[in-house]
Design a protein around this ligand. Structure first.
Ligand SMILES: *Cc1c(COP(=O)(O)O)cnc(C)c1O
Length: 378
């Protein structure tokens, strides 16, 4: 069997192992220790402008804590971008709250400001003001930050910025992960950097970081004995994982550059192909890490479909994947209210994610190129 080419696979920089070994040598084999602190500092320095970071066991845990910290409780309503990975929405259910899904706009594929405001107005007129807005920088592309913030301020509803896919992206020169009332990052195995599994909650407010760590470590009151006045969680990041994260932060910008090169690679391949559009920044305000490179295929014009590409690649042991299936189309969320206009449905229908890793070798790119050119010329 030929070596498989993945959509996005872990890419170590070199010093990860050193930090992990340090954890062993000093016996910090626990969900606390020097690597956790140093990893947090590295992210804080990277994001700049006074951000505070709590390293957690996953991005999903970070979203869950963000909702708890915003006071989301049973039967509350939380607005969530429909076009996303299920992890954006699942924590709403953990709180027994109701997700209200909102469609995307075609420029960034992220939450549509128009439908967002429509949803808010309608929910308020139904008697319930949503407790939070979960906006996502999908595939690393910043959402319409200014427009979403304006609506959030107008209706006084806080934003949870899901930046799980967008570490290294920026909007008007400011880093993604710094725009929400609370923001989250993910370091899962397939993300732009990995700790094998992990996430973080980011805030401009130091108290938020302290509260997140308190909740993530079983909510222990300040007492010698174990005393609890709140329900806690076991959501802190391990010192071993954080060692991997420290090494990954050293190569983050280099890897963002390589992902962006992959995007250019696909733009070059498809530059003269009518009917195939490589997803790109709408204008210079947006800087995407291009975590995954995606295309839209209009089969009537191109003569082949997104599924034709996926199958041709799969035959050669190369992984491609459909775009995220919108949450309002998921069986598990079939009863959730939805506001939109079929934009995300259409994207799901004709889109495809292509191999995008920062570690793809030249011979692998040649292979991908040959298969795509063959399809184009057929
Ligand atoms: C990966 C991801 C998450 C969840 O992060 P985990 O660390 O895997 O729990 C949340 N939202 C989006 C958009 C993601 O891609």
């Amino acid at each position: 069997m030929k070596e498989k080419i993945y959509l996005s696979s872990p890419h170590m920089g070199g010093s990860e192992q050193t930090y992990v070994n340090e954890a062993f040598e000093t016996n910090w084999i626990a969900p606390l220790g020097p690597n956790v602190e140093q990893f947090e500092i590295a992210i804080e320095n990277y994001l700049g402008s006074n951000n505070h970071v709590a390293a957690l066991s996953s991005g999903t845990a970070a979203i869950h804590l963000a909702l708890i910290m915003l006071g989301v409780e049973r039967d509350d309503e939380v607005i969530c971008q429909s076009f996303t990975f299920s992890a954006s929405a699942n924590p709403i259910m953990y709180q027994s709250a109701t997700p209200i899904f909102v469609d995307s706009e075609p420029d960034t594929w992220n939450i549509c400001p128009h439908h967002l405001e429509e949803a808010i107005k309608d929910r308020i007129s139904n008697g319930k003001k949503p407790k939070a807005i979960i906006a996502v920088h999908l595939y690393g592309m910043p959402y319409k930050v200014d427009e979403v913030r304006k609506i959030s301020e107008k209706y006084e509803i806080p934003v949870v910025e899901d930046s799980a896919e967008a570490l290294g992206s920026s909007y008007k020169g400011q880093k993604c992960g710094t725009f929400g009332d609370l923001s989250i990052l993910s370091f899962n195995g397939n993300k732009i950097i990995t700790t094998s599994g992990g996430g973080a909650l980011v805030s401009r407010n130091l108290k938020h970081k302290e509260k997140a760590i308190f909740l993530a470590t079983q909510a222990r009151d300040a007492a010698v004995h174990y005393q609890h006045s709140e329900i806690g969680y076991n959501y802190r990041l391990s010192n071993i994982s954080a060692g991997i994260g420290r090494g990954q932060m050293e190569v983050l910008d280099k890897h963002v550059g390589l992902r962006r090169d992959m995007n250019q690679f696909y733009k070059d391949i498809f530059q003269n192909t009518a009917g195939v559009q490589v997803f790109n920044e709408p204008n210079a305000d947006y800087f995407s890490n291009h975590w995954l490179s995606c295309i839209l295929v209009d089969r009537k014009t191109s003569g082949f479909s997104n599924e034709d590409i996926r199958l041709a690649m799969a035959e050669n042991n190369i992984e491609c994947r459909p775009l995220w299936k919108p949450m309002h189309l998921q069986p598990v969320f079939k009863n959730a209210p939805y506001y939109g206009d079929k934009v995300s449905e259409q994207l799901f229908e004709i889109g495809l994610c292509l191999p995008s890793g920062s570690n793809l070798q030249n011979e692998e790119k040649v292979k991908i190129n040959d298969i795509l050119i063959h399809l184009i010329e057929k």
